[in-house]
Design a protein around this ligand. Structure first.
Ligand SMILES: [Cu+2]
Length: 422
């Protein structure tokens, strides 16, 4: 039997979500303790950065007759500009995968160049139904666009700052040129409003990486939303030549069979290889939002929206109502599942990922082709840590399987999701 019925999963998602949105919406100074306790705090001046999207009386939040189906009503997200379900699988490789990310791919001096334009803007994002957050965002989305390249490519990013504060882009890559590091002291330093700069980074090492703004105060520039994923696919030819770089075996232990295994694994990770088509790949950025700017997060999520991968309206057979913004992540059990997981949380030292009824292989930073933690059901990541998770549901019964942060309060405050095995 599946771990939980559809109706109970839906009730659980709705109960947690309503408690979160009611508490934040009914008092704009809601603290995390108040949210967890389901308590409202008296008084409090309205703060910039959070509020009811639809202007409804806060007291009525969660009790409207039209609590489903309308933008801004409790249970639905107001704007659909950013879709966490779409974000999971939207990779930008230079081939024009996203309308809001100008990009190109071409050869230059014998090297593949993947070119992108990222623009920092001030915007408002919806982090829970009816709850908005004043964000600073690359290309208007949080997380920023996922950039994907093959090891050894040149990633060329035209960056323009149209926000009101000074920003940069700092890549977590092996970058050989200090001018390209995106910190205040090197190269162009921080870029003021209206300024632009072109960063160039070699895509190395293979793995699951990310980029973020490195202006000061750092925690605010990151927490406000200026971060995104960089995925560097391993080059199977390089793996064949340098197998010891992709595992923790001593070079003397590398046999022809092991080399062949590593190359085959690299092909499953390389988006230009047919073997990659057999894997369902997803990007999950663990993030959080301090809605009252007290240095503590009130809302937690994967990919910005609390409970976006929870359970909403369904017929119990995997069919979701049109426009439904809350739905589990569908898993075709004949395919391998791979999650590129990144922790961009601020204010909390660690975050975590836990699966119910399943164990997975974990590759810390994704820089090896052998798992660094095989057969685990919980991993933790400190701030800026990331890795690759590989899951196999081929022998599981169809149904819903929960996954969430195993800091249980993060789960209650939004970081709770389901896989729907079909
Ligand atoms: Cu910044």
């Amino acid at each position: 039997m599946p771990s939980m019925t559809y109706s109970r999963a839906r009730e659980l998602t709705e109960r947690l979500e309503e408690r979160l949105t009611d508490s934040i919406a009914s008092d704009l100074t809601a603290t995390r303790r108040a949210v967890l306790g389901g308590l409202g705090l008296a008084g409090g001046a309205a703060l910039a950065g959070v509020g009811r999207a639809d202007g409804h009386d806060a007291a009525a939040a969660g009790h409207d007759d039209d609590s489903h189906g309308n933008f801004g009503a409790v249970g639905e997200y107001r704007d659909l500009d950013f879709d966490p379900h779409d974000y999971l699988t939207r990779f930008n490789t230079g081939r024009g995968e996203s309308d809001n990310v100008p990009q190109d791919v071409y050869e230059e001096d014998g090297r593949t160049v993947r070119e992108f334009t990222l623009t920092a803007v001030d915007t408002t994002v919806t982090i829970a139904p009816g709850i908005e957050f004043s964000a600073w965002a690359y290309n208007g989305q949080v997380p920023g666009p996922t950039l994907r390249a093959v090891e050894g490519d040149l990633i060329r990013v035209h960056f323009e700052n149209l926000g009101r504060h000074a920003h940069t882009i700092h890549p977590h890559l092996r970058n050989l040129d200090p001018a390209m590091d995106g910190v205040p002291t090197n190269g162009p330093g921080v870029l003021d409003t209206g300024e632009s700069y072109t960063y160039e980074w070699i895509a190395q090492p293979a793995g699951c990486h990310f980029y973020h703004c490195h202006s000061l105060p750092l925690k605010e520039h990151i927490h406000r939303g200026l971060y995104g994923a960089i995925i560097v696919d391993p080059d199977p030819e390089r793996v064949a030549e340098h197998p010891a770089d992709y595992c923790d075996f001593h070079p003397s232990q590398i046999t022809d069979d092991l080399r062949a295994d590593l190359v085959a694994e690299a092909e499953t990770r390389n988006h230009e290889s047919d073997a990659n088509d057999d894997v369902n790949e997803m990007v999950m950025v663990m993030n959080g939002f301090d809605t009252n700017f007290d240095g503590d997060n009130e809302v937690y999520a994967v990919n910005t929206r609390a409970f976006a991968y929870g359970v909403g309206e369904t017929d119990g057979e995997g069919n979701w109502q049109a426009g439904e913004t809350k739905r589990p992540i569908q898993v075709d059990r004949t395919r391998r599942q791979r999650v590129y997981l990144i922790n961009t949380i601020e204010f909390d030292p660690i975050n975590s990922f836990h699966t119910h009824s399943q164990f997975f292989d974990y590759y810390d930073h994704g820089t090896t082709l052998y798992p660094t933690h095989p057969t685990v059901d919980t991993i933790m990541q400190c701030q800026a840590q990331r890795g690759i998770i590989e899951l196999d549901y081929s022998t599981h019964d169809p149904g819903l399987y929960m996954f969430h942060a195993h800091q249980s309060e993060f789960a209650e405050l939004g970081w709770m999701s389901f896989f729907e095995v079909i």
